[in-house]
Design a protein around this ligand. Structure first.
Ligand code: GLP
Length: 247
């Protein structure tokens, strides 16, 4: 069962998401945050930076683990997720960079690196709060639709649909990496609370299937129905196909 928080629009969604993250950090200053990239969380990160600047949140004891990274991109590449996190959040708050973790896109022995990432997340006790966006096709992290749910951190072949969707952030579609490293669905499910953010019409089908469709790896986000504490904050456009269920 996924709790649904309705937001008017992107700004309202972003403030609500930031409020929940901020409450987590206030309640447990040394919490583990699972963090996400993509366009969706940018507004929430901006809001957190604003509250940090006002002195309302202290990130000094927070530990973070990000969901995913493109294979082949180094952390100083502007398209990498490490760069995204530094520029959208970490560089603007007092989090200790040594406590921030993003899978290494350049890992040569990537299987060992993925296993080490899982061990580190487990040793940290798994996220107290895992923030997620959702792909147009229902992917979470980079766990694409498949015939099974993934377990730990692994290398993923991105689908055409994800490459298309993410190409808007690159100069050309040919520049979009074809592979990524992603935390697995099982690792995501170990988080104590999961906070999904979704906005816009493009997410409407995925949001519907995540909340009300069958639990199936063809919509990876649908497994969140089995998580004991998942909250979705979505705007009206993202909820537009859920009208019947939300009556
Ligand atoms: C990427 C990321 C996901 C993200 C998704 C949606 O594929 N790996 O973590 O949730 O895109 O992105 P956006 O928020 O830009 O719609």
């Amino acid at each position: 069962m996924i709790s649904i928080v309705r937001a008017r629009d992107y700004d309202d969604m972003s403030r609500k998401v930031a409020n929940i993250i901020s409450a987590q950090v206030i309640l447990k200053p040394n919490c583990v945050l699972g963090l996400a990239t993509g366009s969706t969380p940018i507004g929430a990160y901006q809001q957190l930076v604003e509250w940090y600047n006002k002195g309302d949140i202290d990130f000094s004891r927070v530990v973070s683990y990000n969901l995913d990274e493109y294979r082949g991109l180094a952390g100083d590449d502007p398209q990498s997720y490490r760069y995204f996190m530094d520029h959208n959040l970490f560089d603007h708050v007092n989090i200790d960079k040594a406590n921030t973790h993003v899978p290494d896109g350049m890992a040569e022995d990537y299987e060992a690196a993925c296993a080490a990432y899982d061990e580190a997340v487990a040793a940290a006790g798994y996220p107290d709060l895992q923030l997620l966006g959702i792909g147009n096709n229902g992917h979470i992290g980079f766990n694409e639709p498949d015939d099974h749910f993934s377990k730990g951190t692994h290398c993923v072949d991105l689908t055409e649909s994800t490459i298309q969707a993410n190409s808007r952030l690159f100069d050309s579609i040919d520049d979009v990496p074809r592979q990524a490293f992603s935390m697995g669905v099982q690792t995501i499910m170990f988080a104590k609370m999961i906070l999904v953010a979704a906005n816009g019409e493009k997410k409407a089908q995925a949001v519907h299937d995540m909340c009300f469709g069958p639990v199936t790896p063809t919509c990876p986000a649908s497994i969140l129905q089995l998580h004991p504490n998942t909250v979705l904050v979505a705007d009206e456009a993202a909820l537009s196909l859920c009208a019947d269920e939300l009556k």
